[in-house]
Ligand binder design. Structure first.
Ligand SMILES: [Zn+2]
Ligand SMILES: [Zn+2]
Length: 298
């Protein structure tokens, strides 16, 4: 498929393939409605939503960028590494993504266990149910509902949703602040992929690596270390970056000769509120796609 070079691209969105609330095709339609030339699907540790998105993109005429957001940990900190245009059907790459997902499941079990120890009445079944119910109304007759949970990624937002439904907390934010955020009471972080490894995996899968939302780590020294290890781009534009952070990371990218990317980090809506940002609320010029797609350059 031809790559869009004119117009705007939102290079960071989540779908029901991970912890977003909208199916992949819906993200693509929202991007079209927002007047974008391209949209990336970047679910956590899975590319299961990419095929559906590409098909919808071809149908309605918008470029879909195959992507993924890898969960990694460095110095006890959650670091997200975006991978674009990996050969997403390659067996080794798929195997590696599956490994990351099983670590994530293990982590969910540990968080639920910790919550129970803290006196909160919650079970993993309730979390799985919360994930399954989400977005179930969006694609009736297409495997929506509980069945869909089998292939989707369950994460902290689903645990937060259960806490909210049970009245343990009064908002998603409170669920994170009190229990789920880094350093909060039920936060656990089992051994996981290091960002340096993620960079290598993405390279080996033929893709381009980008450090996601560096402003959220509060540690530019660590960001610089990751740059030294071969990251190819910086997500300077993100819903949780202010203009000062945007300028700082654009400058950092320039200093190191790296690509500048950006995106909304759209996760759909929860309780009528857009999580992170709406599709198209953060964009970059679509001509960056030519740099992200190594095969197009070859
Ligand atoms: Zn992220
Ligand atoms: Zn994200």
């Amino acid at each position: 498929m031809a790559i869009a070079v004119n117009g705007k691209a939102d290079l960071h969105t989540h779908t029901t393939a991970s912890d977003g609330t909208q199916p992949p095709a819906a993200n693509v339609r929202l991007a079209k409605e927002a007047g974008l030339a391209a949209i990336a699907i970047t679910d956590h540790d899975t590319m299961a939503g990419v095929e559906e998105a590409i098909a919808e993109g071809e149908r309605i005429g918008i470029t879909v960028v195959p992507g993924v957001e890898l969960s990694t940990v460095a110095e006890g900190r959650d670091i997200h590494i975006l991978g674009y245009y990996t050969d997403w059907r390659a067996a080794l790459w798929q195997e590696r993504l599956a490994g990351l997902r099983s670590t994530r499941d293990q982590r969910n079990d540990m968080i639920v266990e910790r919550l129970v120890q803290l006196g909160v009445s919650i079970t993993m079944d309730e979390v799985i149910h919360a994930a399954a119910m989400e977005g179930a109304g969006d694609d009736k007759g297409k495997g929506g509902g509980p069945d869909r949970a089998a292939g989707k990624t369950i994460g902290r937002p689903h645990i937060a949703a259960v806490l909210l439904n049970k009245g343990v907390v009064s908002s998603m934010k409170e669920a994170f602040d009190l229990y789920l955020a880094e350093g909060a009471a039920a936060y656990v972080n089992p051994p996981r992929l290091h960002p340096f490894e993620a960079i290598e995996w993405i390279k080996e899968a033929g893709g381009t690596s980008v450090i996601a939302h560096p402003g959220l780590y509060g540690d530019d020294e660590l960001v610089e270390t990751i740059i030294q290890r071969g990251i190819e781009g910086i997500e300077a534009y993100h819903s949780d970056h202010d203009t000062e952070a945007e300028a700082r990371y654009v400058a950092m990218a320039e200093r190191h000769g790296l690509l500048v990317t950006g995106g909304s980090d759209y996760h759909g809506e929860r309780q009528g509120k857009v999580f992170h940002g709406a599709i198209g609320s953060r964009t970059v010029d679509a001509d960056v796609l030519q740099q992200l797609d190594k095969r197009a350059r070859a």
